[in-house]
Design a binder for this molecule. Structure first.
Ligand code: G3I
Length: 378
């Protein structure tokens, strides 16, 4: 091989490896990498955990830029769907732990805590539960599911949302399949079973709109009932699906005080702030509550105007100032997703909209809200 040929090979090898590295950094189709300088989890390290919701495409690490962002920004995550009943027990007494195990592997690799979600919920139940009408079968599912799943992940996950969304807006018990066949005490029983199966795991009740007075009273009564039965409950999760410019700050503050006075930690578990018009007058995260598409309900397809971007940033900043005020009472603040493109709010309550509820945009760039949130930590 002559010298000129050798030099040519060296140059080509260098160019190929440089281009591969560049591709990895920009994540191919993702556009420019996010600004790696500031980190949410570092900024709030002494205050509370900072979380996100993840799904399989992120945990399988299809995009190195996404993995870098997640591990840099978040200290904890909640599987958005993969540990719910329908996915983890797809057939009667037949479990599939593959995806949940992947979540555990990802958490260990990046030293992140998992908030497992969720053991008992009326939604996303296995299809065999549909139309089930005998109490014995419901009880079998209830007992076996909690015991099997919670014990398998004890010591591997940090916490469980043991019961999710069990209350109506007026604070009364939702007429779910569990309430119907097992009675009002099923929530205490769920925590009792979880406590036995997962002695090393934090146990939480999680719900939306529980900052509102009536529902908040329902949660207080529920926590007291669990405690009076001598059963462990470690925290209450306020989901936090709100609207930019209309965040119920006073109710949130009251809830932090009232829940923490019960001796439990307060978590903000599914935080996102919609910027789109609501098709109804009320705010809900009830997945059954859908509405029809109309162009007027989807005004920002081409981008978010600065004026709205600023409202979003201000709402987030005010929220985090409140969280900081009560940082001794708050265990975790989890965003419901990493970036705007991933958010469930693009499909709820109206399908096919373009929403902007999170701190990272569709190119994974931090938005003005990101910087305003970081400032509240200083
Ligand atoms: O996995 C199936 C796929 O096989 C199928 O082809 C596709 C067709 O629609 O559906 C896929 O399942 C979807 C699933 O997300 C996974 O992507 C479901 O349709 C869809 O309904 C489901 O939505 C999730 C929703 O819970 C369901 O209840 C959202 O991603 C998730 O963000 C949302 O999360 C809930 C919390 O668990 C509880 N609090 C409210 C919050 C928002 O609704």
């Amino acid at each position: 091989m002559n010298n000129r040929y050798k030099i040519a090979i060296v140059i080509v090898t260098f160019l190929v490896s440089f281009s591969c590295r560049l591709q990895a950094q920009t994540g191919n189709s993702r556009g420019p990498a996010y600004d790696p300088v500031q980190s949410l989890k570092e900024a709030f390290r002494d205050d509370f955990l900072i979380g996100t919701a993840l799904n399989m495409s992120q945990v399988e690490e299809r995009d190195p830029v996404v993995s870098a962002l997640i591990s840099k920004q978040f200290s904890t995550f909640t599987p958005e769907n993969n540990m719910k009943g329908a996915l983890i027990q797809p057939g009667w007494d037949r479990y599939n732990f593959e995806q949940a195990d992947e979540m555990v592997r990802f958490a260990a690799k990046y030293n992140m805590k998992i908030n497992a979600h969720c053991l008992i919920w009326h939604s996303q139940l296995p299809s065999f539960m549909a139309g089930m009408q005998d109490a014995d079968s419901v009880r079998h599912y209830f007992t076996d599911h909690i015991t099997t799943v919670a014990s398998r992940y004890d010591g591997k996950v940090y916490s469980w949302d043991v019961v999710n969304e069990a209350l109506n807006e007026d604070g009364t018990m939702r007429k779910s399949i569990f309430e119907r066949y097992l009675g009002d005490d099923y929530i205490v029983e769920a925590f009792r079973l979880a406590q036995k199966a997962a002695p090393h795991t934090q146990l939480y009740y999680n719900d939306y709109n529980i900052e509102h007075e009536k529902k908040r009273e329902g949660v207080v009564a529920l926590v007291k009932k669990i405690q009076a039965a001598g059963v462990r409950i470690d925290g209450v999760g306020i989901q936090g699906h709100w609207t930019a410019g209309h965040v119920p700050f006073q109710d949130i503050e009251k809830s932090i005080l009232e829940f923490s006075a019960l001796g439990v930690k307060v978590m903000f578990t599914e935080l996102d702030l919609s910027v789109l018009p609501s098709p109804r007058n009320h705010n809900t995260a009830d997945v059954g509550d859908k509405a029809d598409y109309a162009e007027t309900l989807n005004p920002y397809v081409k981008g978010l105007p600065d004026s709205v971007q600023n409202v979003l940033a201000d709402s987030y900043a005010q929220l985090f100032r409140l969280f900081m005020k009560y940082r001794d009472k708050i265990g975790r603040v989890t965003f419901w997703g990493v970036d705007d493109g991933q958010s469930w709010l693009n499909g709820f309550p109206v399908r096919g909209r373009t929403n902007y509820p999170l701190l990272f945009d569709r190119q994974l760039k931090p938005k003005p809200a990101f910087y305003k949130v970081i400032e509240t930590a200083m």
